[in-house]
Design a protein. Structure first.
Length: 298
């Protein structure tokens, strides 16, 4: 079953993880705490004074950047910028290192670690019920989120505002995935109906399950977007794919939602030529076609 949610900017603003916003601007992660400080002068002054004297000018810069970001969010909201999220919840099983989507008939090959960590070489397929276990079906979510493309083009002639628009739009796309994933757990899938977590708890992933995104260490092959597109119809969300599988607008993300309580993030790490050949065979693609997508792992 596919669900599409069109958020207003104000709906997902509380789900923005400011730590990564400030990281994109090369500020220390500790500065993200400004998002939790009351906006009055006294509260902000008290917060700034917690830092050493020599660091306070830099803190003031971060506060100014945060204020500019808040103004831009308000502009986007007033302009009706849409933040789009779509998830398809499908019956699924695993078969070896593959995830089988039973309704769309798609096989999603996964990669397995070649170096054991805590005695185990992990693969995302490990967190989906095997096809051989009594025929019982599991469930997997396939998701994508994006910010309406005009957000990235906001104030293109102003270099600072253009950079601010790009970095903030990226955070909004991730915020939509965070908000959408919460709704999936509570109601759309409903495997955690009583969950009541605040944004900071969500950022620390204190929920059941995980949301590995394409391009991230446990799901490193960007070409998987070509398979996910068949499930989600990216075009109708306003997303297109380049020949390398990159998403446009850049402020977009995609991936899987898994509910297994033991699911966790991990890095596939380096793979060998033998695994590349096996992976290509499972994808039904040539080694030459997939090599560029996995070159960084070989």
């Amino acid at each position: 079953m596919t669900h599409t949610i069109i958020y207003k900017v104000r709906d997902v603003a509380a789900y923005v993880n400011w730590l990564y916003f400030f990281h994109a601007w090369h500020f220390p992660s500790s500065y993200a705490a400004i998002s939790r400080v009351h906006g009055c002068v006294a509260c902000r002054t008290n917060w700034q004074q917690r830092f050493p004297d020599e660091e306070r000018p830099r803190v003031a810069e971060a506060m100014k950047l945060y204020d500019e970001a808040q103004r831009l969010l308000a502009e986007w909201d007033a302009a009706g910028i849409e933040v789009r999220f779509r998830v398809c919840l499908e019956a699924a099983n695993s078969e070896g290192d593959d995830i089988l989507l039973l309704e769309s008939g798609l096989r999603l090959p996964m990669l397995r670690q070649q170096v054991a960590h805590d005695g185990v070489c992990l693969c995302l397929a490990d967190f989906v019920r095997p096809k051989s276990k009594g025929g019982a079906e599991d469930r997997v979510g396939v998701f994508a989120s994006t910010v309406e493309s005009r957000a990235e083009r906001w104030d293109e002639d102003d270099e600072f505002r253009r950079m601010l628009s790009q970095t903030l739009a990226d955070r909004l796309a991730e915020a939509a995935a965070e908000a959408g994933h919460q709704q999936v757990r509570r109601s759309l899938w409903g495997y955690a109906p009583d969950e009541n977590l605040q944004p900071d708890e969500l950022f620390r992933e204190q929920y059941v399950g995980r949301r590995p995104a394409v391009g991230y260490p446990s799901l490193p092959d960007q070409s998987l977007n070509f398979l996910l597109e068949r499930v989600l119809d990216f075009t109708s969300l306003g997303i297109s794919l380049t020949e390398t599988g990159a998403m446009r607008p850049h402020a977009s993300t995609s991936g899987l939602m898994l509910a297994h309580p033991a699911c966790r993030h991990f890095a596939v790490g380096h793979i060998g030529e033998d695994q590349l050949r096996d992976y290509a065979q499972r994808r039904g693609e040539s080694v030459e076609r997939l090599r560029p997508f996995l070159a960084g792992l070989l």
